[in-house]
Write a protein that binds this ligand. Structure first.
Ligand SMILES: [Zn+2]
Length: 276
């Protein structure tokens, strides 16, 4: 057993960071937790570091306990985990190379411009529920996970964990992010790295029960809380950049869907009756 150093009071959540400060912290920590490289993290302030430090929920817990010592933290601040992953799958990516994006067993490819950009992987009635961002040659992720009722339980914005139920567990091992609830039941699984994004578990449903449930190979479209939709039309994957869109035209007649999704599920406006 390593000698246990005192509880580490030096680290605290960084509140009120500007977007610029967050960007700087992401770049300095190579877009992941300094201990494990997890692309889902919170920003922390340490007197030993001029900019904020990215630390995942698991390692923040270990720091506040006695599993990780202040000296280990210092080491990691100067040598973040992802720094060593530059030549291995990490989050820096070659703009010449496409990123494979799979949701369930369906696959599309994301091409990003050198200047950066976004790819909406899961889009439901105007809400971006799973998005890839390219930022100065690095990949980061935003997503919103919901429960059965469509209530948002987890919100991640460019990697920053902004909302999470207490006591949910996060782990990132061998490129795979897993999120478990308080009963240790798996709620989210995705392989996240620079050439591959494979989502195999998660619920992405809005307050009206519209959205997608991803369960292993299956992607189940939900409309008004019911499985399936009036339409599910599937286009040859690979030819399109976009991901999975669900568009309830009955509820959102004026909404315009941003272009080019490979998989679209829509509730069509009725030709008479309810149509305005
Ligand atoms: Zn970590």
């Amino acid at each position: 057993m390593q000698p246990v150093e005192a509880h580490n009071p030096d680290i605290s959540l960084a509140s009120e960071l500007t977007e610029q400060q967050k960007l700087q912290a992401r770049q300095q920590c190579f877009y992941g937790c300094v201990f494990c490289g997890s692309p889902v993290f919170r920003y922390y302030q340490s007197p030993k570091s001029p900019s904020a430090v990215l630390i995942c929920a698991l390692h923040a817990k270990q720091l506040h306990g006695t599993f990780l010592s202040p000296s280990t933290l210092l080491e990691r601040i100067s040598q973040p985990f992802n720094q060593q992953r530059v030549n291995k799958p990490g989050f820096s990516f070659d703009p010449e190379r496409r990123v494979q994006v799979s949701v369930g067993m369906n696959t599309v490819y994301a091409d990003f411009l050198q200047s950066g950009g976004e790819q909406y992987c899961i889009w439901v009635n105007g809400q971006e529920l799973f998005t890839l961002h390219s930022e100065s040659g690095w990949l980061c992720f935003s997503f919103m996970l919901s429960d059965n009722t469509g209530e948002t339980v987890i919100r991640v914005d460019k990697g920053e964990l902004q909302l999470s139920p207490e006591h949910w567990e996060y782990s990132y091992e061998v490129n795979t992010l897993k999120i478990r609830d308080q009963q240790r039941k798996l709620q989210f699984t995705a392989q996240l790295c620079n050439d591959r994004v494979l989502l195999t578990k998660g619920q992405f449903i809005d307050n009206f029960g519209d959205g997608f449930v991803v369960e292993g190979n299956r992607v189940i479209a939900m409309l008004d809380g019911q499985k399936g939709g009036h339409y599910m039309h599937r286009i040859e994957p690979g030819r399109y950049k976009g991901g999975w869109a669900l568009f309830n035209k009955i509820r959102h007649p004026d909404l315009v869907m941003p272009g080019n999704f490979a998989f679209v599920c829509a509730a069509k406006r009725k030709s008479s009756g309810t149509e305005r």
